[in-house]
Design a protein around this ligand. Sequence first.
Ligand code: SF4
Ligand code: SF4
Length: 489
Amino acid sequence: MAEYQIRRCDRHLTGGIHPETHKQLSTAEPCEFVDTPTRLLFPIHFSGGGPGKALVGVGDPVAKGTPIIRCQSGIVHVASRAGTVLDVTDHAMTHPSPEQSACIVIEPNASDLQDYLSPMNWPFDAKALRERAIEAGILGLGGAGFPSFKKWSNRTQTLIINAAECEPYLTADDTLIRIDTHSMIRGACLLSRTLDIQTIVIGIEDNKPEALQAIEGALKESRSDCFFDIVLLDTKYPSGSARQLVWLTLGIEVPTGSRSVEAGVIVHNPGTLAALSRAIDGKPITDRIVTLTGESLTRPKNVIAPIGTPISHLIEATDTNPQSLHSVIVGGPMMGYRITDFSAGITKTTNCLLAREVEIQPESPCIRCGACATVCPVRLQPQQMVAALKGEALSRAIHEGLGDCIECAACNAVCPSNIPLAEWFRRGRFEMKENAREHQQASIARERFEARNTRLERLAKEQEAKRAARKAKSADALNKARKAREEIS
Ligand code: SF4
Ligand code: SF4
């Protein structure tokens, strides 16, 4: 049995809100496998892990687990089912951008052919685990899609399993913990032993008693010698945001501009650790749990779906006609984005599809009530930042703390003037990052230009010196010849 303790968190989230959770909507039904669809779609540049390169071409046969995309970060994405590559073409994708992008289209067949990696035997070192995470395509499955191996450092002291799942409607993590607890615990233990991590913390909101019970059951059955510190958090949004979770569970304030990794803490989603456990057994990520929820769906539930499954196929799995919906939100109501083309395939980061009719209230001027500042978990003044952004004063918004905004949208939820504050902040932060990227590229270009000029100047000087040497040599030879002629005459 693994040792553990359960304690109530003695810190309280700054700001935050208590929205209606709506979680029971999707947990009433058991989690089901969905049928394999007739098409699977994989965006080459937007599957997670950065821009990618197709490893297969039209007509190629693939097995379940065959590598099909390798990303700039090294991360590999695999075919989630056996079949044939039907096309590589521009297609709608599950992404905030409405643009189409190059996608690999696979037509699955009835074969259960598998192309898995060989199982790893303990002991293995951090290098081997990193390589396995790359080949098995292990990314943050909580929605961020950051390559997990990039967080792993030898200086890591604490692993936090982020089981808070504080966003309303989402129950994918809760479901995973209930049905696949052993994989999550095993993934956490193997990662901790490999990186020599001292402490494993599980941060979980107190509205998930079934998940907590499943964790306790799995720890009692586990033969691991790891110690688990289970921290019960108040149910309050956004306690599961990485920075807030690190502070709530450990009391560590991650400084502005740095990441929790730099403070010796890594935060992983339960699904990511379960996927890592399967990767060690040789199985890359081919499926994920998706919450299908919202009042517009006939039978909301959680499903286990192959990566690449079209959204329309998942809507149908809830006995709902996709044509009856105008749009769905990918992710939760607070941080998700809207999508209208249901032919797009889900990716590894698609944790929830939310279908509900919401009447958009007209926006009115700010009445300076200060409610947005009261709920901001980062103690920002959202009304000042939005005023700056509306006045196109990005630098003033940055001065007001735009860089610290975690885009949680708690401010939106309380604004009596219905100002879409978080949308302004998302756009502003995007512009801020683009400016930083352009600035960095300009610096690199300037450095390269200056290095080229220096190199050309050096070459010109070298050539000049060679020319001068040649001239001196030939003058010397002429002199000698002249002298010789004079001596003969
Ligand atoms: S979206 Fe940004 S400004 Fe608004 S509450 Fe969240 S962190 Fe604060
Ligand atoms: S909550 Fe809305 S109305 Fe009130 S200060 Fe903030 S932006 Fe203005």
